[in-house]
Design a binder for this molecule. Structure first.
Ligand code: AMP
Length: 407
């Protein structure tokens, strides 16, 4: 089974002491061993509530310490060696691997065994991990269902359920699978849901799977990480490539370039490679090995640039990403917030540059409404900015200016 190292980066912590949260000595010792001096705000609020056994919805920025916020109370509450007692559902394989890596290190002291069930890799090692009587399963929904159907994963004793990136787990794509899994879990359980965004309809849906949940919201206004500088580059469709190349030349730090479709991710990474950039790509058509390798190479600085579809916009923890470039607008405002959350992790600072054309204007407006601020319009040398046509300018410019470019 592949595992990922726990990435470390500066994160905002409170002045509160871990020993005031109701955790036992052994768990406190492990926290010390991990090098965590004080809880982060989400940990300080979540841990005492989760320890009481109540259901909970936790809303906090990505990179704010959510993994430990649900793992510490889990470690405290479950009795090891009694079958699978806890299930953590994650939307992507990478997030599942990160959670497993945390549990593997943290759980050593407590003899907590974790099995990670993700797609894209062979079943054999996972079946062997399940035979070793794990206490916690971290899984992506599809692969967990495969194991449930084969009878290799028994979920009837799960009394702790965590939905990570819950808004995504409850959206149309995942909902049928999640419902299928939840139908087989005991009704008497504790359910914890975490997300950096939670649109009201999804939150109403979430409430249906929980009993009187406590809502803990420590999102800054607007929902995106606070150390981010947002920039907007309005250009003509044909100038997007030149704009991207100029931006890559301007900001030399580690950069994630988002694009919507897998085939376009292939095309874009090939193009950047030909332009001499150290680049890798990640999307769901690649094997799990290739995805892990791409992420690892990016994390370790082997490739400064990672071209990604939205598969990488959620939960992935890569420290020191300096620059996010939206080569294409995300489909929803929530996706914008998630993409943006890949930079300015913890207390770090970062830039989110969005390359947009006239067709994206309604989405830009929506994003600005959510952020509560206008995104500064910026330009790069050598690329004509898109000029808004008003009746006056179009008259002055004659027929040529009135032509509207379509994709
Ligand atoms: P997460 O939001 O769970 O992905 O955590 C983000 C990062 O913060 C990870 O690198 C964690 O190792 C780190 N982290 C989490 N909690 C603490 C803490 N209390 N003190 C210091 N670092 C932390």
């Amino acid at each position: 089974m592949q595992t990922a190292a726990i990435p470390q980066h500066p994160v905002e912590t409170t002045k509160i002491q871990f020993d005031s949260l109701g955790l036992s000595e052994p768990v406190l010792r492990s926290i010390q061993r991990l090098g965590f001096a004080h809880p982060t705000p989400i940990q300080a609020k979540v841990v005492p509530v989760a320890l009481t056994g109540r259901d909970l919805i936790g809303l906090a920025e990505t990179g704010s310490g959510k993994t430990a916020a649900f793992c510490l109370p889990l470690a405290e509450r479950l009795t090891s060696g009694q079958g699978i007692a806890a299930l953590i559902l994650s939307p992507t394989r990478e997030i599942a691997l990160q959670t497993q890596a945390f549990l593997d290190i943290f759980g050593q002291d407590h003899k907590i065994r974790t099995a990670c069930l993700i797609g894209g890799v062979t079943m054999g090692p996972q079946v062997r991990a399940l035979h070793q009587n794990p206490d916690i399963v971290v899984a992506t929904p599809g692969r967990l269902i495969d194991h449930m159907e084969r009878g290799t994963a028994k979920v009837g004793r799960i009394h702790h359920l965590v939905l990570d990136e819950a808004d995504h787990m409850l959206d149309m794509g995942f909902m049928p699978q999640v419902q299928r899994i939840l139908a087989e879990l005991p009704v008497e359980r504790q359910t914890l849901m975490f997300s950096a965004t939670m649109p009201p309809p999804i939150e109403r849906l979430a409430q249906q799977f929980m009993i009187n949940p406590v809502r803990i919201d420590i999102l800054p206004d607007g929902g995106a990480a606070s150390g981010i500088s947002h920039r907007l580059y309005m250009v003509e469709e044909d100038d997007k490539k030149a704009c991207l190349l100029a931006l890559l030349g301007q900001e030399l730090g580690s950069t994630l370039v988002f694009i919507r479709r897998k085939v376009d991710a292939e095309w874009l990474s090939g193009m950047l490679e030909r332009e001499g950039h150290p680049v890798e790509r990640i999307h769901s058509n690649l094997s799990q090995g290739e995805r892990t390798q791409a992420l690892q190479g990016f994390r370790e600085g082997e490739h400064r640039i990672l071209v990604a579809t939205d598969i990488a916009s959620r939960g992935i923890d890569v420290p020191r990403v300096r620059h996010i470039i939206n080569f294409e607008m995300p489909e929803t405002v929530e996706d914008y917030i998630h993409r943006a959350g890949r930079t300015a992790r913890g207390t770090a600072k970062g830039i989110v540059s969005t390359i947009a054309t006239w067709i994206d204007k309604p989405r830009v407006k929506e994003i600005e409404q959510t952020l509560g601020e206008e995104i500064p319009r910026c330009t790069v040398p050598g690329v004509r900015p898109y000029v808004e046509l008003t009746p006056r300018t179009s008259l002055a410019g004659g027929r040529k200016n009135m032509r509207v470019k379509r994709r």
